[in-house]
Design a protein around this ligand. Structure first.
Ligand SMILES: NC(=O)c1ccc[n+]([C@@H]2O[C@H](COP(=O)([O-])OP(=O)(O)OC[C@H]3O[C@@H](n4cnc5c(N)ncnc54)[C@H](OP(=O)(O)O)[C@@H]3O)[C@@H](O)[C@H]2O)c1
Length: 274
């Protein structure tokens, strides 16, 4: 997949942040889209803007991806509408922040359900259809947080370590096929990721547009791994390869303490928490 014109891409978490940027970027490159998230009204508005600006087909599937049956329901909806997906972007994700034992448990479970269970379900239900057709692409959005333990984002870092390991293994399983798989590892990105808490985004955060554009370029170049935020994000992941695990987790904990993640408070009810 070296160009995107005429393909159909399904993007999870397309209502805002990095997912909405993937939608805009792919539509501008001529791709037809299937947008998935819970905010149906937001998705429909984005779909109509992109359809009229770029003359592409944009479908909306409103779905709550905390629901374990969502991947199969989405696959059934695609079949009913006669849509074949060429590129799956598993972008929807969230993370609990703060000290694990003194913060609510629910958001941790939400992030495991969304970042791991649903991501695997989407890969299985849509990827198996791609394999039958003999071609396709899958981009899983992970994070630099997946390369080392993350004190004060303990479950989030662990979910992204899963995405990293799972995606690399899958890419190797599929090496001899025309089905390509890539993991994307952003560092801090200026989105609503910390909405609902008093955590402020890292001032060095890059734009979601940059993540979408650079990672799509990397995928088109045939890469299996993408660091779209730039070299400094890649460099942080080298630390865990050269230092001891004890040293790495200490450094990572100190970094998150300095970022205020050891003392997180809710500022309103988290929309993502059940
Ligand atoms: N921002 C960062 O600094 C950063 C860094 C590294 C990696 N990432 C990763 O990048 C991805 C996107 O993050 P972001 O920063 O763009 O987040 P965001 O702005 O908070 O957007 C999250 C998206 O996920 C969707 N979503 C959340 N829960 C859902 C559910 N139960 N069912 C369906 N959709 C759901 C949201 O849509 P609805 O609310 O409409 O459902 C929204 O479209 C995530 O995987 C994240 O881990 C982010």
């Amino acid at each position: 997949m070296t160009a995107y014109a005429g393909i159909t891409a399904l993007i999870t978490g397309a209502s805002k942040g990095i997912g909405a940027s993937y939608a805009r970027e792919l539509a501008s490159r001529g791709a037809n889209l299937v947008l998935v998230a819970r905010s149906e009204g937001v998705l429909k508005k984005l779909a109509s803007q992109l359809q009229s600006a770029h003359k592409v087909r944009v479908d909306v599937i409103a779905a709550d991806l905390f629901d374990r049956s969502a991947p199969q329901t989405i696959a059934d909806t695609l079949t009913e509408r006669g849509i074949e997906v060429d590129l799956l972007i598993n972008n929807a994700g969230l993370g609990a922040s703060g000290p694990f034992l003194t913060r609510p448990f629910g958001p941790n479970l939400d992030s495991v359900d969304l970042n791991i269970t649903t991501l695997m379900g989407m890969v299985h239900s849509i990827g198996s259809r791609m394999l039958e057709r003999g071609r396709g692409g899958i981009i899983n959005v992970s994070s630099v947080a997946g390369f080392q333990p993350m004190p004060f984002q303990a479950s989030y870092g662990a979910t992204k370590a899963f995405v990293l390991s799972f995606t690399e293994a899958l890419a190797e399983e599929l090496r001899a096929t025309d089905l390509r798989v890539m993991a994307v590892h952003p560092g801090p990105v200026n989105t609503g990721f910390f909405d609902g808490t008093d955590v402020t985004m890292n001032p060095k955060a890059v734009t979601p547009e940059r993540i979408a554009t650079k990672s799509l370029d990397d995928f088109a170049r045939g890469r299996a791994i993408s660091f779209p935020g730039g070299f400094s994000d890649f460099a942080t992941t080298l630390v865990s390869r050269v230092l001891t695990r004890k040293r790495v987790v200490r450094l990572s904990g100190n970094f998150n303490r300095k970022s205020g993640l050891d003392n997180v408070n809710d500022v309103h009810d988290r929309a993502t928490t059940r």
